[in-house]
Structures are given as structure tokens and as C-alpha cells.
Design a protein around this ligand. Structure first.
Ligand code: FAD
Ligand code: FES
Ligand code: FES
Length: 475
């Protein structure tokens, strides 16, 4: 059950036989005694466990933040793990000193996570803004100090670095020179290249074992302890499963593509420019850095955001097992609560969505208790092809109002060839209400959820057709 894992942990090469399913958090704290990385919620919500991960991509090291409490050690193979101890030099670095001087820390429990996320922001940018730096801390919560001191520390660091701001300069070299990163960071690219030469088969694993673990952001929250006892297949770092490409007028998105990779993809930005804005409502940056599209679809939560959006984009799910491949439209993938049109051994290899034609419109609405960092009470997406004043194609989805992520088939069919006016929308809302079966739970009563969906359908049309007067839509 144990596996050899080799990676750089701060300034040290670690090669260890270990259960590949244990979390990076437990490995750092229990085996390496690096207790600066804290355990708070163990559910990806608080950011106390945040670490930086450097991956070798096309000869360069690209850093990102992840929640180590949800991160299997198997996926650090060949990477550079940076915990708070890896940022320390002989004295406090500049960012740490600002947190102290500006009252950005009190009990200190959250502080390592904040420093890591902020450092990662400066590593990944050469032009800085306070707004973007604060956004990069969206996965970190402070329960006692508050955020004013932290914001002052951010502003001071931006001012300090702006004096030497040179977009052409390597950010790592700049940050080493400014006492924000220790000197050893300059050696990491060479070290990782050597490590990869020695271990050519880092990512090759056999299909199919018992459990598929992708980002682990659902699985490690639901049952991290039982995962330790099982034979797991880790797919999130398989390069072949992370491709976004165009095939036969459809965009194919590899199953292990993360939400953040979707946002950053040039192909997605070209054909689906509106997705960035909507996907930024998904979790925090460390969660988006791990959460995969197939994980969202297979987890089958009725309020999954990717699932909801992809239902309205006409997605197909491409499945494979040892013997065969097959394609299932996403709107036929859900058979009942967490019951899928998928065999136990089938891998979702990729998902494909048609490239939109002309006159294509899309909107997504999510209502949750907080705007950011929350799952939806009810969500809904719509795509419409609109020509000569009439709807030529319509796909409408609804989440949180049925046991499955719902494609509103009757409502979508009704909209075909209709003019956009008050009567059409009122009738669409009426049909949608006949298609749903919400239940009362912690996110609201069934009546409230039905009302929310009605409002979201109206909101789609009000946003997509601002020139039309919808005064007679029933409130
Ligand atoms: C703090 C936090 C915030 C979150 N916020 C949101 C949010 O805003 N919106 C939202 O929709 N979700 C949210 N989630 C839920 C979660 O992040 C998503 O559902 C995510 O997309 C799951 O992907 P994963 O790769 O982490 O899945 P995993 O946990 O790795 O897997 C989930 C399930 O899918 C299966 N699976 C994964 N990949 C494949 C594959 N290729 N083939 C077959 N089976 C596969 C696994 O076996 C498992 O059953 C949040 C979670 C956390 C912890
Ligand atoms: S311990 Fe809270 S996000 Fe990991
Ligand atoms: S300093 Fe105590 S939680 Fe942030």
C-alpha cells in the first residue's frame, strides 16, 4: 500500500515510502514536525493549512496555493512544497515583519496561511494591486485580528516592491533580493529538473483501481479517514487528462482540468469569455486550484456549479473503461440522487461542449448566503441562440430544486421559437415550477427554493435582454 514519493520540502529533498493517501498536512505536521502549517477546519474553508506548491511546467516552476488538509501526498511527487518554515531566513522576512508591525496578527493561528498566500501572489505577479492581492487571500480566514492590519501589511509590501517594480525581471530573483524569499528558491528549477530525470514515471498509473481521487476537495471532506485504507488512483497530475483542445467543433476539457485552469485557458477565454466572471464565484483560489470539472460532475451534488453551467452549455460526458469508450449527454447522466449513468470502473476521460454559434447568449445565477466562498442554495444557467427576434435554441438548468442537477427540458423546449416578452417568461416560469421537486433543508424551505428559481429565470432574461421592458413579469 505504501509508495515512494520524492519531492522538495522547502530546502530539503524528501524521498519517503508512505501511504499515498495521507494528507500533505498530516505529513508535514506529524512526520516532518513542520507545525507552522496549522490544522483548522480540515474542510478547505479556513486556509490555516495553506502551502505553496511548485510544479515543473515546460522547464519553469509554476507556484500555486493549495489546502494541504485536502491534498493527498501522492500528488506532491516531483514538486516543491513550501510551508511557512520554507520562507524563513535568519530573521523575519519583509512580509512577516509587516504583519507584526501593522498588527496583522494576534493569536497567530491563521498567520502562516496568510503569509503563504500573499507570498504566492507576489511570486506570480510583477505588477501589483492591493485589490488583486486581497483577492488572492480569499481562502484565508482570520477569526481574531480582523483584516485592517493585514491590508496595511499588504499596502506596505506593495509600496516596498513598487520602487523596484520591473516587469521584465524574474519575480523569484526580485523577491530573493528583497528579503521575501530565501536564496535557495533560485536552485529549485534545476533541482526539480534533476528529480524528474531520475523519476520519469511520476505520473503513470494504471487504470483502474478502486477509487478515483482527482482534486480531493469533495472526497477528503466527506471521508478522508476511510481513504487511508483504500487502493486509490490519483489522477489530478496526469498530463494527458489535463488538456483543453478543439475537436469536431466542440471544446474538449480533460477530466482533471481544474476550475482555475478553466478560467486561465486561452481556448475557454476565446469561446466562452463570460465563464471567468461566473467561475470566480466558485470556492476560494486554493479550492479552484484543485477542484476538477469531472470531480464536480461525478460528485453529483444537485447544486454543483460546474455541472449546472455545463448542463446549459450542452455538455457531453466521455467515459472509458478497460474495454470501451462511450459518450453520454450530461442531461442524461443523472438517474437519481447520486445515481449515475456510469459503471463503477468507468473513468470520465473528458467533457466536451459545442463551440457557440453566432447570436449566442449565456447567463448564470447563483444565490447563496454569502456572495463568495459559499455553495448555492439555488443556481441556474441558460444559453440561448437568438435570431430575428425569436429564440432558436434554449438550454436551461436548475440546481438545488431536485435530487439531481436538473436540466429543465420542458421549459427549454417551450422557449423554442418564442418571442422574448412578459408572456413568454411568465409561462416559462410556470412550466419550470412543474419540473422541480425541491425539499426543505438547511439552505431553505421548498417554497423559498421554488420562488428563488422563478426569480433566477426572470433574472436571466432581464440581464440578457436589458432593452426589453419586463414590467409585467409576475413579481
Ligand atoms: C471549501 C470548499 C468550497 C467549495 N466550493 C464549491 C463551489 O463554490 N461550487 C461547487 O460546485 N463546488 C464547491 N465545492 C465542492 C468541490 O470543490 C467540487 O465539487 C469539485 O469540483 C470536486 O472536484 P475534485 O476534483 O476535488 O473531486 P474529488 O473529491 O477528487 O472527487 C469527487 C468524486 O468524483 C469522482 N471522480 C473525480 N474525477 C473522476 C473522473 N475523472 N472519473 C470518474 N470519477 C471521478 C471521485 O471518485 C469522487 O467520487 C467546494 C468544496 C470545498 C471543500
Ligand atoms: S484546515 Fe482549514 S482549510 Fe485546511
Ligand atoms: S490572528 Fe488569530 S485567527 Fe487570525
Amino acid at each position: 500500500m505504501e509508495k515512494l514519493i520524492s519531492f522538495y520540502c522547502n530546502n530539503e529533498l524528501v524521498s519517503v515510502q508512505v501511504n499515498p493517501s495521507i494528507t500533505l498536512l498530516d505529513f508535514l505536521r506529524n512526520q516532518k514536525k513542520l507545525t507552522g502549517t496549522k490544522e483548522g477546519c480540515r474542510e478547505g474553508d479556513c486556509g490555516a493549512c495553506t502551502v505553496m506548491l511548485g510544479s515543473l511546467i515546460n522547464g519553469k516552476v509554476k507556484y500555486k496555493t493549495v489546502n494541504s488538509c485536502l491534498y493527498p501526498i501522492a500528488d506532491v511527487n516531483g514538486k516543491h512544497v513550501v510551508s511557512i518554515e520554507g520562507l524563513n531566513s535568519n530573521e523575519l522576512n519583509f512580509i512577516q515583519a509587516q504583519f507584526v508591525d501593522e498588527g496583522g496578527t494576534q493569536c497567530g493561528f491563521c498567520t502562516p496561511g496568510f503569509i503563504i498566500s500573499l507570498t504566492n501572489y507576489f511570486v506570480n505577479h510583477t505588477k501589483y494591486s492591493a485589490e488583486d492581492a486581497v483577492a488572492a487571500l480569499d481562502g484565508n480566514i482570520c477569526r481574531c485580528t480582523g483584516y485592517i492590519g493585514i491590508k496595511r501589511a499588504i499596502n506596505n509590501t506593495i509600496n516596498y516592491l513598487s520602487h523596484v517594480n520591473n516587469p521584465k525581471k524574474n519575480s523569484i530573483a526580485l523577491l530573493i533580493g528583497k528579503n521575501i524569499l530565501p536564496q535557495y528558491f533560485s536552485l529549485i528549477p534545476t533541482r526539480l529538473k534533476e528529480l524528474h530525470k531520475k523519476n520519469r514515471s511520476f505520473t503513470n498509473q494504471k487504470l483502474i483501481k478502486i477509487n478515483i481521487i482527482a482534486g480531493g476537495t469533495d472526497l477528503y471532506v466527506q471521508r478522508w479517514e476511510s481513504l487511508l485504507e483504500e487502493d486509490n488512483y490519483f489522477i489530478s497530475e496526469e498530463p494527458g487528462l489535463k488538456l483543453i483542445s478543439i475537436k469536431q467543433n466542440r471544446v474538449s476539457i480533460g477530466c482533471a482540468v481544474t476550475v482555475e485552469e478553466l478560467i486561465e485557458s486561452k481556448i475557454i477565454q476565446k469561446y466562452f469569455p463570460f465563464l471567468k466572471m461566473h467561475l470566480e464565484l466558485f470556492g476560494s483560489l486554493p479550492i479552484r486550484n484543485r477542484a476538477t470539472i469531472a470531480g464536480n460532475i461525478v460528485n453529483a451534488s444537485p447544486i454543483g456549479d460546474i455541472t449546472n453551467i455545463f448542463l446549459a452549455l450542452g455538455a457531453n460526458v466521455h467515459l472509458k473503461d478497460k474495454n470501451k469508450k462511450r459518450v453520454v449527454p450530461l442531461n442524461e447522466f443523472y438517474l437519481g440522487y447520486k445515481i449515475l449513468n456510469k459503471n463503477k470502473n468507468e473513468l470520465v476521460e473528458y467533457v466536451s461542449i459545442p463551440i457557440p454559434g453566432r447570436n449566442f447568449l449565456f447567463n448564470y445565477e447563483k444565490v447563496s448566503r454569502r456572495t463568495y466562498l459559499d455553495i448555492a442554495s439555488v443556481n441556474s444557467s441558460i444559453s440561448i441562440a437568438f435570431q430575428k427576434g425569436k429564440i432558436k435554441e434554449a438550454l436551461l438548468s436548475a440546481g438545488g430544486v431536485a435530487p439531481i442537477p436538473l436540466y429543465l427540458k420542458s421549459t427549454s423546449d417551450y422557449l423554442l421559437n418564442k418571442k422574448i416578452n412578459n408572456e413568454t417568461i411568465n409561462k416559462a416560469v410556470q412550466i419550470a415550477n412543474s419540473e422541480i421537486s425541491p425539499i426543505s433543508d438547511a439552505r431553505g424551505s421548498k417554497e423559498y427554493k421554488a420562488l428563488l428559481l422563478s426569480q433566477l429565470i426572470k433574472a436571466h432574461f432581464i440581464k440578457l435582454f436589458p432593452e426589453i421592458n419586463f414590467d409585467e413579469v409576475i413579481k
